[in-house]
Structure formats: C-alpha cells, structure tokens
Design a protein. Sequence first.
Length: 235
Amino acid sequence: MHCLIKAEIYKLVHDRSFFILLALSIVLGGFLMLDQGELTGYESVFASLYNAPILMLLTCVFGALYIGKDFADHTLYHMICAGHSRNHVFLSKTILFVAGSNMILLLQPILSIALNAGIYGWGHQSFGSDLKEVIKLFLITAVLNAAMCGISLLAAFICKDVGKTLSIPALFYFLTIFLLNGPNAKEVARFIPLGQLRLLIGDSSSTGAALLVGIIFLGCFCVAAGRIFNHSELY
C-alpha cells in the first residue's frame, strides 16, 4: 500500500495535465473574484468559496484524465498483475485522486485570501480568532468536493474509459445546478453535496448537515466503485 501511494504521488507530481488544471483553476477563480471588487481577507473566504462550485467542473476533467486514462493505458491491469491487491490499488488511486481534486479546487481560494489579506487587511476580529472557522469551512468544502469526486470515481470504474468518465459527472453536475435553480431549490439543496456547499456559504454554522451529506455520498460512491472494481474484468 505504501509503495502504491508513493507511485501515485510520483505520477501526480509528473502529470502535466494536473498542473494545467491547477493553473486553469487559479486563473478562472481569479477572474471570478474580480467581479467582487476590493475584498478583505475575511470577505475573500466566502467570496472564493461561492465560486468553488464552478471550479468543480475542472475536477471532473481531472477524474477522466487521472483514473479513466489508467483504464485506457491498462495501468491498473499491470498493477494487479504485479501482485498488488485490488483493494490497495483502489484505495491508493482514490486517496490521490481526492487529494489532487481538492488541490485544484482549494488552492485558488487560499491564494486569494492570502493576497487580499496582505493588501486590504483581514477585515474582521483577527486572523487568529477566525482561523478555526476558516479551517472548518475549508475542511467541510473538501469533504463536499470529495463527495462530488465520488461520481467521477464510480463512472471511471463502471465505464473504464476517458470519455464517459468525463461526460457522466459533467452531466450530473449540470443536472444538480438545474435543480438548485429550480422552484424547490431549498429543499433539494439539503440532500446533495453541491447544495450543502451553497447553504454552508450562506450560513457557516450549518456544518453538521453538510459534513453528514458529504460523508454519506462519498461513502456510497466509494463502496459502489470498490465493489465494481473487485468484481470486474480488467482489460
């Protein structure tokens, strides 16, 4: 398991597409922040997380390139043939995929908060007193993003190619956006990760429900993807 994680880290560090998506996330997030005008560091926390759902589209692309491509290149097949268990291969791939996706999503908000805090000040009580709240918001956002990544994970292990691993999560994403802009948006938002992210930005005290929804979705997608991987033919 340790060797597999080291191999996945090496692959991620040397993956050009990962750094391209990371740069796109920073540039796109930066442009979206321009509409907000001059913001203090504290205001940037909520402004940057408000734009986070748009950046989740890039994590869909990352899932297709990071996991779907492994099936196209028969990488997972060679790992199994080398003597690694399917569970270890699945866990190492999932851990690094979720970590990479959260880097793509959260690096821009972190940079934006640091930049605006340096230019315009923190703008609230003090950074030290707000640090716990900021960390909590980012951790919950990371869990909700991981839950959305679970869709890419499941699609990859079902379809075993790049195209469907991209198109299915993207379709689910746009369907979710459609529901969150519909007449029953408030009710729907309580039961899906992207909706909980919106609620979290509006009310940062409602972290319990957001964490629960994120964990349930992530757990269900991971269990389903893992079972499919364990019982599927590799080719």
